[in-house]
Structure formats: structure tokens, C-alpha cells
Design a protein around this ligand. Structure first.
Ligand code: 13P
Length: 258
């Protein structure tokens, strides 16, 4: 049975005190409302990784993720953060290939593969993002786009490394726009990704990888999206910045498991 995941990507939001308060509130909520198949992940900005990790310590079914990492282990890379640093701060996951990294910071598929390999080599689990733009969807190229993103990145991994990955399907047009993919659109793409993985590796792997959806998930639409057969949870942006909304999204996931 696949792991279900609700992850909050805080992006570049919150100050230290606010981050600690949010993490503490979410951990309290998760200690009251939980399910053994659900993993709740918080992805705060780098400076708060340690403090957020400490504040969720001991809460079952919770983990911390970084939002990015550098591909090298250490060295003269002013301003960058390596995988061993992230692990030493208490995180178990790292988001790689978010469309904001791809588009604003020009991160190529080649670079994303290097980052993914570095993470896996050190035991940090990637939440690897793929997603098409509005223009790509409008021209009917969404499946082709996702296939290419997979082919050029994580399809270069071996099967054992691939087992470490969570995939996040985040259509760019749905991120921060209030326009979510419909449940049917999400299901169709998740099934496509799963079939593509089964074709590349084997069906067992395709069946076992968790694929989560991101893009304007809210307490209102979460249940419909999460109840799709191939959707294993969500990567939440805006609604993860508010304890109540995030809690209701977690509850929507749990209600799909009962
Ligand atoms: P929103 O939920 O704000 O649309 O952001 C989604 C996202 O980019 C999560 O990584």
C-alpha cells in the first residue's frame, strides 16, 4: 500500500517566530488527528529547518523537507546549502525541481538530476516535481512534456534509487492561481506518470511510488482530488501557511483512507 503524503511548501514565507508557531500548531494537530498511512511533511525555508525539525520531534507521522539543495557536498559555493547540511539540520526530504526553481532560477533537467543523485546518495529523499505550463497544456503537449521531464531526470536513476522518490505533479498554471487541476485532470496525469514508470522500470515500482498533486489545493477541493485512485496526497503552497486550512487538508486525506 502506498504512503500518502500531505506536504506544506512554505516557499519564501514566515519569519523565525512565525515558522516556529506554525510548526508547533501543525505538530499539535497531527498528534490529535493522524493516520498510520499518512505522512505530513513541512518544508520551511532553510534558516528554520533545524528549529522546525526540533519542534516536530516525537510527533509520529511527521517529517521536515528542505525546498532545494546544492548538488555538491561542500566547497566554495557562497550562499548555497548542501545535502549533508540539510540532513544535519534534521530534514529527511528535499523538494527538487519545483517549477519556481526551474523557471526563476533556470534549473535544467541535468542539474535537477545531479541534485537528486546527491540527495539519494546521502539518504535524503527527494520530492521530485514535474509539471507543464498553460501553453503546453493548451497545445495538447502536457503528456509529452511530463514524459520528457521524467526521461531527462529521474529515469536515469536505477530502480533502487527510484524507490526513494516521491513525485509531485504540479501543473504550472495551477500554482498560486486559485485554478486547480480538476480531479479528472489530476487523475489522468497521475495514471499516465504511473504507467510511464511501469513501462520504464516495472509495474511493481509504478504501483509503489507515491505521486502527489500540487497547485491551488484548498480545504474545499482537497477531498475530491485526493480521492482519485492515483493521487497519493498533495504538495500545498498557500494553504499550508495557515494551520486551520492545512489541518482541514490533512483531514480530507485521512477521510479518503477510512
Ligand atoms: P499553491 O498551493 O499556493 O498553488 O502552491 C503549490 C505549490 O507550488 C506547492 O509546491
Amino acid at each position: 500500500m502506498r504512503l500518502k503524503v500531505v506536504a506544506g511548501n512554505w516557499k519564501m514565507n514566515k519569519t523565525y517566530g512565525e515558522a516556529l508557531m506554525l510548526a508547533t500548531e501543525v505538530a499539535y494537530d497531527a498528534s490529535k488527528v493522524h493516520h498510520q498511512r499518512l505522512l505530513t511533511i513541512l518544508a520551511p525555508p532553510f534558516p528554520f529547518l533545524s528549529a522546525v525539525s526540533r519542534s516536530i520531534e516525537g510527533t509520529e507521522g511527521m517529517a521536515v523537507a528542505a525546498q532545494n539543495c546544492h548538488q555538491e557536498e561542500a566547497g566554495a559555493f557562497t550562499g548555497e546549502v548542501s545535502v549533508p547540511m540539510i540532513i544535519s539540520a534534521g530534514a529527511r526530504f528535499v523538494i527538487i525541481g519545483h517549477s519556481e526553481r526551474r523557471m526563476i532560477f533556470n534549473e535544467s533537467n541535468e542539474l535537477l538530476l545531479q541534485k537528486t543523485k546527491s540527495a539519494i546518495n546521502h539518504g535524503l529523499k527527494p520530492i521530485f516535481c514535474v509539471g507543464e505550463t498553460k501553453a503546453q497544456r493548451d497545445s495538447g503537449k502536457h503528456f509529452e512534456t511530463i514524459k520528457e521531464q521524467l526521461d531527462e531526470t529521474i529515469f536515469h536513476l536505477n530502480e533502487f534509487s527510484f524507490l526513494e522518490i516521491i513525485i509531485a505533479y504540479e501543473p504550472v498554471w495551477a500554482i498560486g492561481t486559485g485554478v486547480n487541476a480538476s480531479a479528472a485532470q489530476a487523475q489522468e496525469m497521475h495514471a499516465f506518470i504511473r504507467q510511464t514508470i511501469s513501462g520504464k522500470f516495472n509495474q511493481k515500482l509504478g504501483d509503489s511510488v507515491s505521486i502527489i498533486y500540487g497547485g491551488s489545493v484548498s480545504p474545499k477541493n482537497a477531498k475530491e482530488i485526493f480521492s482519485c485512485k492515483d493521487v497519493d496526497g498533495g504538495l500545498i503552497g498557500g494553504a499550508a501557511l495557515n494551520t486551520e486550512d492545512f489541518s482541514n487538508i490533512r483531514k480530507a486525506m485521512i477521510s479518503c483512507l477510512e
